[in-house]
Design a protein around this ligand. Structure first.
Ligand SMILES: Nc1ncnc2c1ncn2[C@@H]1O[C@H](COP(=O)(O)OP(=O)(O)OP(=O)(O)O)[C@@H](O)[C@H]1O
Ligand SMILES: [Mg+2]
Length: 336
C-alpha cells in the first residue's frame, strides 16, 4: 500500500497569556491508502490540533509548521487557499465530535449533502441526489428521500452523526479525518456507528485518521495506532502488536487502565497512571513523560528521546531511552 499522508515534525504553537503553548511538539506519522490510523491519547495531548493542522483549519492565532505534511505527494503547508478548498471538498473530509459544528441549521440535509459533489465538473443534481440517498441508506438512515427535505434540528444526535459520515463520503474522498465522532453518543449507538465506519472504510478503500481517547475503540477499529502524549507521538505500531506488546511506559500504563475480559478480575481495582500531564507552555526538557515514569533516570531528564524502531521491528516505533537501551542490550546479548 502506498503512503497517502506523510507527516514529519509537525508543530502547532498557540500564543497564550502565560507564554507560547506548544500543543503539538514535532510529531511524525504516515497513513497508507485505505488504512485506519487511530490517534489515541488523553485530553489536551494535541489530537484535535493535529487534525485541524492536517485540514488547514487551525484557529487563526495558531501557527502550524512541519518539515513535511504531504497528501498524495502534494505539500499541504502553504498550499493556496483555493487549492486547499478543492482538496478539502473532494479528496479529504472531516467529521467532528459535534455534528452541529459543521451542519448548517438553515439548509436542508439534501442541500448540504449535495453541495460539495455539485462543485465537481459535470455532476448533475440528479446524480448528487442519488448518491446522497444511497449513502444515507448505507449509513443506516431509513426513508432517505424524505430525510433530504429535513433540517438538522429534526434529527437525533446519532442520526446527525450518520448524516455527517454520509456527507464525508459524498465525493469519494481518499482520506477522512474523524475527531472523536462517537464520543458524544450513547454506548449502543456508538458501537453501531463504529461498526458502520469500519465497514464503509473497507468497502470504499478510504484511509481514515480516527481520533479517540478510548483504547477500547482503538482495539475495535484500528489497523495502526499512534499513541500521543503531551503533543508528541510516543509509540506507533500495528494494532495487534500494540496491544500484544506495548513498549512505551505510557502505553503500558494506559493499557493497565482498561479492563480486559478474562484477565481483569471482577471487582478488582484498575490502575491509574500517577501524576499529571506537564504544562504545554514553554519547553519541556528531556522526555515529556519522565515526571510520571517509574523508569525515568538522569538521561530522561536531560535528553529528549527520538522515535526509534522497537526491538528491530520496522513497523513499531517508540520514543523512550529505556526501551531503546533495553533493545540494544538484548541485541548485544544475542550477538555475544
Ligand atoms: N484556542 C486555543 N487557545 C489556546 N490553547 C488551546 C486552544 N485550543 C486548544 N488549546 C490547548 O492546546 C492543547 C492541545 O489541545 P487539543 O484540543 O489538540 O487536545 P485534544 O487532544 O484534542 O484534547 P481532547 O481529548 O480534550 O479533545 C491543550 O493544552 C489545549 O488546552
Ligand atoms: Mg480534541
Amino acid at each position: 500500500m502506498s503512503v497517502l499522508l506523510d507527516v514529519k515534525n509537525l508543530r502547532v504553537d498557540l500564543p497564550t497569556e502565560n507564554g507560547m503553548l506548544h500543543a503539538v511538539r514535532g510529531i511524525d506519522f504516515q497513513v497508507k491508502r485505505g488504512e485506519m490510523l487511530c490517534l489515541v491519547g488523553e485530553s489536551g495531548c494535541g489530537k484535535s490540533m493535529t487534525s485541524l493542522a492536517l485540514m488547514g483549519l487551525l484557529p487563526r492565532k495558531a501557527v502550524g509548521t512541519a518539515d513535511r505534511m504531504t497528501f498524495d505527494g502534494v505539500e499541504l503547508l502553504g498550499l493556496p487557499e483555493k487549492k486547499l478548498n478543492q482538496l478539502r471538498g473532494q479528496r479529504m473530509s472531516m467529521i467532528f465530535q459535534e455534528p452541529m459544528t459543521s451542519l448548517n441549521p438553515s439548509y436542508t440535509l439534501g442541500n448540504q449533502l449535495c453541495e460539495a459533489m455539485l462543485e465537481k465538473p459535470g455532476v448533475t443534481r440528479a446524480e448528487a441526489r442519488d448518491r446522497a440517498i444511497y449513502l444515507l441508506h448505507r449509513t443506516g438512515i431509513s426513508n432517505a428521500e424524505d430525510r433530504l427535505r429535513q433540517y438538522p434540528h429534526q434529527l437525533s444526535g446519532g442520526l446527525r452523526q450518520r448524516v455527517m459520515i454520509a456527507m464525508a463520503l459524498m465525493c469519494g474522498p481518499d482520506l477522512i479525518i474523524a475527531d472523536e465522532p462517537t464520543t458524544a453518543l450513547d454506548v449502543t449507538i456508538q458501537a453501531q456507528i463504529l461498526r458502520m465506519i469500519r465497514e464503509l472504510q473497507r468497502e470504499f478503500g478510504t484511509a481514515v485518521v480516527f481520533i479517540t481517547h478510548d483504547l477500547g475503540v482503538v482495539s475495535r477499529i484500528a489497523d495502526r495506532v499512534a499513541v500521543m502524549y503531551a503533543g508528541q507521538v510516543v509509540e506507533t505500531a500495528d494494532v495487534g502488536q500494540l496491544f500484544a506488546s506495548p513498549r512505551h511506559p505510557y502505553t503500558r500504563g494506559l493499557l493497565d487502565c482498561i479492563p480486559v475480559r478474562g484477565k481483569t478480575l471482577p471487582g478488582s481495582k484498575l490502575q491509574a497512571i500517577p501524576g499529571v500531564v506537564p504544562s504545554l507552555v514553554g519547553n519541556i526538557g528531556g522526555c515529556v513523560f519522565r515526571n510520571r515514569c517509574s523508569l525515568a533516570d538522569a538521561t530522561c531528564e536531560q535528553d529528549p528521546p527520538m522515535l526509534n524502531t522497537a526491538g528491530g521491528d520496522k513497523t513499531h516505533h517508540v520514543r523512550c531511552h529505556k526501551v531503546t537501551a533495553a533493545d540494544a542490550r538484548q541485541l548485544s546479548e544475542v550477538a555475544a
